[in-house]
Ligand binder design. Sequence first.
Ligand code: PLP
Length: 465
Amino acid sequence: MNIEEFREFGKASVDYIADYFENIRKIDVISKVEPGYLKTKLPENVPPTGEPWQKVLQDVDRVIVPGLTHWHSPHFHAYFPTANSFPGIVGELFLSGLGCLSKDWDSNPACIELEVRMMDWLAKILGLPGEFLNSSEGPGGGVIQNAASESTLVGLLCGKQRALRDTLKQHPNLDETYIIPKLVAYTSKESNSSIEKAGLLASVTMRLLPTDKNGSLRGDVLLEAIIRDKDDGLIPCCVVATLGTTGSCAFDNLDELGRVCSNGGIWLHVDAAYAGAAFACPEYRYLMKGIENVDSFNFNPHKWMLVNSDCSAMWFKNTKDVERAFKVKATLPKIPSFKPELEHWQIPTSRRFRALKLWFVLRIYGIEGIQKHIRQQISLAKFFEHLARIWGLSALDLGGEDSLTQELLDEISRRNKIFLMPYYYREKLVVRFVICSRFTEKSDILYAWREILSLVKHEEPYIHN
Ligand code: PLP
């Protein structure tokens, strides 16, 4: 492909995507293809000679789009929002167009310096304590990771490493092989499955603790578990608190957990993957009370803050902890040209220029635009609450057997007018309702609510508060 063809292909593709969004309201939200549908539509082997881009674009339309679930349809109310915005899309185009990775500063100065500044912008938007900023006097700082799952693993590995170091300091007669199998971490039963997975990957036992009736992990439950484990000779090393659980958007009591962790010298990581974006609006910051006791904090601008995936923001109160955990001896020892050295705060060796799309979104929306987006989506959720009396991620319980709820979901799915997912809330199957698409409007909520009510056969749905 030469540069003229690249221009044509690029322009036609932007037009295609613009048309897609213009028509998204008319498209069925879930694809109805059968498993294996693609097999008959594509050849088994690579074409022996190159094909024209026009044919490829036609096949996107013919083969790929019919097999899509439309996450940005205004009728998509399943899972969680995945960010998408026009500045975010163009940002992605630029970062892949410019195509430069970075390792250290010398490998790509703009990438590192923009990321350092963008992480400070983001921290300020959320109202995080100043000590997390890259520009702070102290050792705090922030970096863009690939995903919340990866950030949790990084936080856990920091906690593991710090507990190992502290234990060796207190008991120099012990060795690593004795200490490591005794390390234990904690999270709530409501936390995302990626937390349990981080425990597996880090080889640290991850305890899933019960929550209160609001789905919140409380300090007394944590303390009890820690005392029990210490009595059994185990070594607590990390707590992963969730601000905004995937299932019901519950918030752990960070204030209480933070006090337990700081008294016990235990690493506290916050997973605010989805709901963290709400802290851009000061009226929701009460939900992160206790943030001063947190060691690492993560949220995904790629979920609810309009930055296309991937872009997961992570801050450390003391980046020396992550450097101790991750910094390996350089093959070519040299004095760094620039600090911070972000490459030592992450698992991959290199990084994409993700700060570029973050910059596009933050500049083009501004704080006001971001807040407007969050408030608009929460007001739609409240409108659904008004219709169904719930907040954020809503959960409908039909009041009868789980099978009734399943039947409703099956029928909703068969009709394909809206897309909802089930969830076990306090051991009962409920229907989750999430505001996901930035195209969703009040009329779409009414449409969804009418669709649900028209299919509830037996009685008024019971609404969880
Ligand atoms: N944590 C929470 C609370 C989530 O809701 C999710 C995804 O839904 C994750 C973690 C995992 O996020 P990621 O896909 O960025 O790893």
